[in-house]
Write a protein that binds this ligand. Structure first.
Ligand code: NAP
Length: 248
């Protein structure tokens, strides 16, 4: 059974890591997948070729999620290409970790713009087309750090906590239009983002994860399939942690 047959999904940051796993899983489940990247055009093209080569439909778009104008142009183009957007996944995100005493205004602005303003930018653009289609599912990628906070990540934690408040508000605002909005809060998932952490930080995390292993990008993607598909039809305004019980 294909859980996402006939659905069109727009996924930000689909060239690597969790986003790339979501793109693959969505294509496997029959969705038409439009996804963005910032600079990894080679990886993005390889993903598109892989999916289209197997009879699926995927297209990559270079678009900075933090730019309001680019988000507007992106959604217009995706609608021209595929006619509708049923699922939006705001996944693009970055870290610029440092202690507060050392954090520059630029490090604050960059993380808030890429991780939080991006969610506003894209959500704003898809709401009208979703209303026209009489439904939709928006999934925003937060982090358990947005719930717990983390020393050295005040900018990142603020952006991820902001996503939770934003998503609950959107769920209340457009629920009557059959548009759902949920948050996924991953714990420690194996990607380039966590590869960059030093071994001591990784070992400390590992010691505190009850499931005793890091998560896989595909395990986050599977929850996106649930929330994006009709299986999640009565789930809205929720934050689901995918963290091996780290945040419990
Ligand atoms: P990643 O491996 O670093 O990949 C990030 C993706 O986002 C890439 O495709 C990147 O594109 C894209 N991106 C970055 N800035 C962008 C921008 N301004 N516009 C458009 N795309 C942009 O990260 P990840 O680990 O997969 O993380 C994905 C999401 O999950 C993020 O929101 C992150 O905060 C969240 N998360 C991750 C973890 C974890 O343990 N990995 C835990 C909690 C939450 P390019 O390839 O072109 O750079």
């Amino acid at each position: 059974m294909s859980l996402l047959q006939d659905k069109v999904a727009l996924i930000t940051g689909g060239s690597r890591g969790i986003g790339a796993a979501i793109v693959q899983r969505f294509a496997e489940q029959g969705a038409t997948v439009a996804f963005t990247y910032r600079s990894s055009s080679e990886q993005a093209n390889a993903i598109v070729d892989g999916i289209n080569g197997k009879g699926g439909t995927a297209k990559a778009y270079q678009s900075d999620a933090g730019s309001f104008e680019q988000a507007e142009a992106l959604v217009k183009q995706v609608l021209e290409d595929f006619g509708r957007i049923d699922i939006l996944i705001n996944n693009a995100g970055i870290t610029q970790d440092t202690l507060m005493l050392r954090m520059s205004e630029e490090q604050w602005d960059k993380v808030i713009s890429t991780n939080l303003k991006s969610v506003f930018n894209l959500t704003k653009q898809v709401l009208r087309p979703m209303m026209k289609n009489r439904g939709g599912s928006i999934i925003n990628m937060s982090s358990i750090v947005g719930i717990t906070g983390n020393a050295g990540q005040a900018n990142y934690a603020a952006s991820k906590a902001g996503i939770i408040g934003f998503s609950k508000s959107i769920a209340k605002e457009v629920g009557s239009r059959n548009i759902r909005c949920n948050v996924i809060a991953p714990g420690f998932i194996e990607t380039d983002m966590t590869d960059a952490l030093n071994d001591q930080v990784k070992e400390t995390y590992l010691a505190n994860i009850p499931l005793k292993r890091l998560g896989k990008a595909e395990e986050v993607a599977d929850v996106c399939v649930f929330l994006g598909s009709d299986l999640g039809n009565y789930v809205s305004g929720q934050t689901i942690s995918v963290c091996g019980a780290l945040n419990t």
